[in-house]
Design a protein around this ligand. Structure first.
Ligand code: HEC
Length: 311
C-alpha cells in the first residue's frame, strides 16, 4: 500500500494526522516527572516520533508516559517489558530486526503503525544508536515529516555506526512501502529466533562482567566467575542450534575465551579485564563478517521468514 493511501485511510478513520498539534521536543522532555528518567539517548526525530535506548523499569515508562508517549515500539531482539508499559497505560509493539538492514516487512509494519496510531511514538532498540534510529528515520520519512537529508543527519546525530551499512542504505534508499509486501504482524511480543535470544543473553552477561570487573572486590569477582560460566554456557547453547551451524567455529572459540576468563578471574584477577576485552573483540569480529551485512550469505535474520511477502 502506498504512503498516500495510508494517509487517506488515516484521514477517513478520523485519526490525527501525524505530527498534528505536537509540542516542541524540549517541552516534552522537560515535562517528565521528577524521579522518572527517560531512557538513555532519548531524542526527537519528528514532532511525534522519538527514539532511544531500551526503557528499564517502571521509572522509565513513567517518564515516557509523562512525555506524552502512548506507544512504545521495540525493534530489539529482547522480549519487551509489556507489563511495565501497561502499568503506565502505554501500548507496546514489537518489530524485531537485525543490524543488516530494515526488512521490507518491517518497513510496511512501521508504516501501518505510524498511520494508524494517534499520538507520540517512542522507538527503541537496545542502546538507541543503530537499529532504533534507522526505524525512527524510516517512520519519519513515511510520515512525510523528514526528508532523506534530514533523516541521514539524524542517524549521524544518534551515533549510528557506519559499519551498519544496511541500516544507512535502507534509510538513504527509502521510497515508500514496497508494493505487495505483507507487513510483519503488529504484536506486543514477536517470536524471536533462538540464536537472537541467546545473543541478547550473552550481551547482558558481557555487560554485567564489565561492571563487576570494574569493581573487582572479592564479592564482585566471585559473581564475575559465575557470570563467566554463564557466558561460556550461552555460547555452547548457541553451538547446538541448527540455524547457527555456519557460526560454530567462531562460537566455540568464544566459549574457549570465556573459559579463559573464568580461569583468569580465579588465578590472576588483574588480567581478567584483558581477557574480557579479548572476548568482546571476538564478538565484534564475528559480527563484522556474519551479522552486520546481508552479503555474508548466512541465512540469518529469520524474522523476514516469519512474515512472508505476498506472491
Ligand atoms: C561466531 C559469531 C558470533 C559471536 C562470537 C558473537 N555473535 Fe552476536 N550475533 C551473531 C550473529 C550472526 C547475529 C545475528 C543473528 C540474527 O540476527 O539472526 C548476532 C546478534 C547479536 C546481537 C543482536 C540481537 C538482536 O537484538 O537482534 C547481540 C546484542 C549480540 N549478537 C551480542 C553478542 C555479544 C555480546 C557477543 C560476545 C560476548 C557475541 N554477540 C558474539 C554472531 C556472533
Amino acid at each position: 500500500m502506498s504512503s498516500i493511501r495510508f494517509v487517506i485511510l488515516a484521514a477517513l478513520l478520523g485519526l490525527p494526522f501525524p505530527g498534528q498539534g505536537a509540542p516542541p521536543a524540549e517541552a516534552v522532555s522537560a515535562g517528565a516527572a521528577a524521579g522518572a528518567r527517560l531512557p538513555e539517548n532519548f531524542r526527537p526525530f519528528t514532532a511525534r516520533i522519538f527514539c532511544g535506548a531500551q526503557p528499564e523499569g517502571d521509572n522509565a515508562f513513567r517518564a515516557l508516559r509523562d512525555a506524552g508517549i502512548g506507544l512504545v515500539l521495540s525493534v530489539d531482539g529482547a522480549t519487551p517489558d509489556v507489563a511495565a508499559a501497561q502499568r503506565q497505560g502505554i501500548r507496546y509493539v514489537h518489530l524485531p530486526f537485525g543490524y543488516d538492514g530494515v526488512p521490507p516487512t518491517v518497513v510496511a509494519a512501521l508504516a501501518q503503525v505510524v498511520s494508524t496510531s494517534p499520538g507520540k511514538i517512542f522507538i527503541h532498540c537496545h542502546h538507541g544508536k543503530h537499529r532504533g534510529p534507522a526505524a525512527a528515520a524510516i517512520a519519519g520519512l513515511f510520515e512525510g515529516s523528514l526528508d532523506q537529508a534530514g533523516a541521514l543527519h539524524l542517524l549521524e546525530a544518534a551515533g549510528t555506526g557506519r559499519e551498519y551499512e544496511g541500516l544507512w542504505r535502507d534509510v538513504r534508499e527509502f521510497h515508500g512501502v514496497p508494493e505487495g509486501v505483507v507487513p510483519a504482524p503488529i504484536v506486543e511480543t514477536a517470536p524471536v529466533p533462538d540464536l537472537v535470544s541467546a545473543m541478547v543473553e550473552a550481551d547482558d552477561v558481557a555487560s554485567r562482567l564489565k561492571d563487576l570487573l570494574g569493581v573487582a572486590d572479592e564479592q564482585a569477582l566471585s559473581e564475575a566467575a559465575r557470570q563467566a560460566v554463564l557466558l561460556r554456557e550461552a555460547f555452547l547453547e548457541m553451538v547446538r542450534l541448527e540455524e547457527a551451524a555456519p557460526l560454530r567455529p567462531g562460537l566455540l572459540e568464544a566459549s574457549d575465551l570465556a573459559t579463559g576468563l573464568r580461569e583468569a578471574i580465579a588465578t590472576n584477577p588483574r588480567s581478567a579485564m584483558v581477557s574480557l576485552d579479548r572476548i568482546r573483540a571476538k564478538c565484534a569480529e564475528c559480527h563484522r563478517s556474519e551479522r552486520n551485512n546481508r552479503s555474508s550469505g548466512i541465512p540469518i535474520h529469520v524474522f523476514t521468514k516469519l512474515s512472508p511477502t505476498a506472491p
